[in-house]
Design a protein around this ligand. Structure first.
Ligand code: KG4
Ligand code: ZN
Length: 360
């Protein structure tokens, strides 16, 4: 149970196309407000960095006000401000850092920069505002296998402590969520269509079409998604040309299910390899793509086979880009007496395992 003496942290994340401000106390999430920019970028079929920055600018004051109101706190109650320094889109990161610095000055509060990926990794430890839920890890639980599947990242890490990460592998091209979004676009499911594709796939036959699992047998923990996307493009052409007509609803469902099976197998093959070659009693799963039901279902089975326990956040709002996970990463650092990093320049390609830039 969290104590009321724990620090109250205001989190800010503007790393991509979601404007988010949150308030946490220790591991308890008091508020987590997210404003999506999907409408802004839809016409372009992808995120336009300068438009993202402008939308963050407009949304920030509204989101901040809501976050404070929902958490029932005033600026005086805030002990520290935690903001994402990277990785992310440079103009978008800049806006969040600028706002964080302005607030820190106005409210006279300390400020700390957080790696966005550290937030995604630990989101499963988040508790509700009343202190329920959330995985309560102990030092004996390390090393932990960390898996991030989001729109911009697909990464595997060995976690040996808070702030101690070794990169095992990741995507060499497209990210997991990005691949879902591209496949969804190809199947005419809109932008960003990852979640819509996954919904359709639920009622499709994943064995209807055969799609590749690229890099399945490579001796590393890396994955690739661009070959799968190309294979889907060819398959869609083949199916529609053969029948001399547009895809039917059933064909779209089956293509979605076959794609989802290949995309989830691709990352899970490497997760399984990591579990086979190391001993990880616990797995932390995070990122927007972790909302995928098939991925979770298959990962639970694999984890069980290796006597490992899977931990996922209790809310989908903690999976997608959000500021609660940023404040939470700062809270964990405080909990473990790790001095907070006060450097405030943006690092668009910040690697979580990078010892120099992550140095405290
Ligand atoms: O974590 P997130 O908000 O953004 C990044 O940090 O990049 O993840 C968003 C991504 C999008 O690509 C979205 O299509 C994907 O997660 N996503 C899904 C599902 N729900 C969201 N991908 C597969 N299955 C889902 N159910
Ligand atoms: Zn993210």
């Amino acid at each position: 149970m969290s104590s009321s003496l724990e620090k109250i942290i205001l989190g800010i994340d503007t790393s991509c196309d979601d404007t988010s401000v949150a308030v946490v106390q220790g591991r308890r999430v008091l508020s987590n407000v997210i404003s999506s920019q999907d409408e802004v970028h839809r016409a372009f079929g992808g995120v336009v960095p300068m438009l993202a920055k402008r939308a963050h600018e407009t949304q920030f004051p509204i989101v901040l006000k809501k976050a404070l109101q929902r958490a029932k706190v005033t600026p005086e109650n805030i002990d520290c401000i935690a903001v994402t320094r990277g990785p992310g889109l440079a103009p978008a990161l800049e806006l969040g850092l600028q706002k964080a610095k302005e607030l820190a000055q106005e409210w006279n509060k300390p400020i700390t920069g957080i790696n966005h990926l550290e937030g995604h990794l630990w989101s499963a430890v988040a508790e509700t505002s009343t202190g329920s839920g959330g995985w309560k890890f102990k030092s004996a639980d390390f090393p932990i296998l960390g898996v991030i599947v989001s729109g911009g990242h697909t990464e595997l890490y060995e976690i040996t402590g808070v702030g101690q990460y070794t990169h095992l592998g990741g995507t060499v091209d497209d990210a997991f969520g990005e691949a879902f979004d591209k496949a969804a676009r190809l199947l005419g499911l809109g932008y960003p269509g990852g979640a819509a594709l996954a919904d359709l796939a639920e009622s499709g036959d994943s064995a209807a079409y055969s799609l590749p699992r690229p890099m399945r047998l490579t001796p590393d923990y890396n994955v690739s998604y661009s070959g799968l996307k190309t294979a889907l493009v060819r398959l869609v052409e083949e199916v529609s040309q053969k029948n001399q007509r547009l895809l039917t609803e059933t064909e779209i469902r089956n293509l979605a299910a076959s794609f989802q099976a290949a995309a989830t197998d691709t990352i899970l093959n490497k997760v399984q390899k990591a579990l086979k070659e190391h001993t990880y009693k616990h797995i932390l799963l995070g990122g927007g793509g972790a909302a995928n039901k098939q991925l979770r279902k298959k990962l639970r089975i694999i984890a069980k086979n290796y006597s490992s326990e899977l931990h996922v956040p209790n809310k989908n709002s903690l999976l997608r880009d959000n500021a609660a996970m940023i404040a939470l990463a700062a809270a964990l650092r405080l909990e473990k007496n790790i001095p907070l990093n006060a450097e405030m320049d943006r690092i668009p390609h910040w690697k979580l395992e990078s010892p120099d830039e992550n140095k405290l």
